[in-house]
Write a protein of this length. Sequence first.
Length: 208
Amino acid sequence: LIKSATDLARLAANVNSGTNYHGKYFKLEANIDLMGHEWTPIGTRGNSFYGNFDGDGKVITNLTISNATDCAGLFGFARGTIQNIVLRNASVISSSTAALLVGESEGGVIKSCKVDGTVRSGNNAAGIVGQSSEVEISDCEANVECYGNNATGGVFGSKDNDSGDVVVKNCIVRGRIFGKIVGGIAGMLHGSDVISGCKSYATLSQFD
């Protein structure tokens, strides 16, 4: 049970030091204000979060990442089930891929999450997942100012290889999306990837 910012930071520290929590379950028990302190994402390259995290509709406010050099978000790297998380007034800045919720998903399911905030990335950028080769995202909402130097989308940024399928279903996007390759829902998909039942009301801007 995650009841405080300290509990959440402890989860990040444990995952980042090598405990992937495969098959384990976490539940957010209270609203958490991260107070704009610099956040260390849960999961690093080589040390992903493999567990199940249920936000239970509780709100995490003032997530701030201002100096990341790798995939960044509340979760940096994750493979598992992440659901029912609400992020408000979040800000994520990375020279690499960035998203408010998950920088890079290495598979799994993300559902019924709501995010609000700003993303700035030197690579791929999105509200929910920055990049992945295989993930299912459903019933999520993003109200986001999203700036990427590559593929940028309201929900999903970029497919990084053809080893699996990306599925985005029943998601809603509002805000502004700015990037080299842009989409209201996804910046770049290919192969047998699927978008269905989604709506975007975002303003799109593209640069060469």
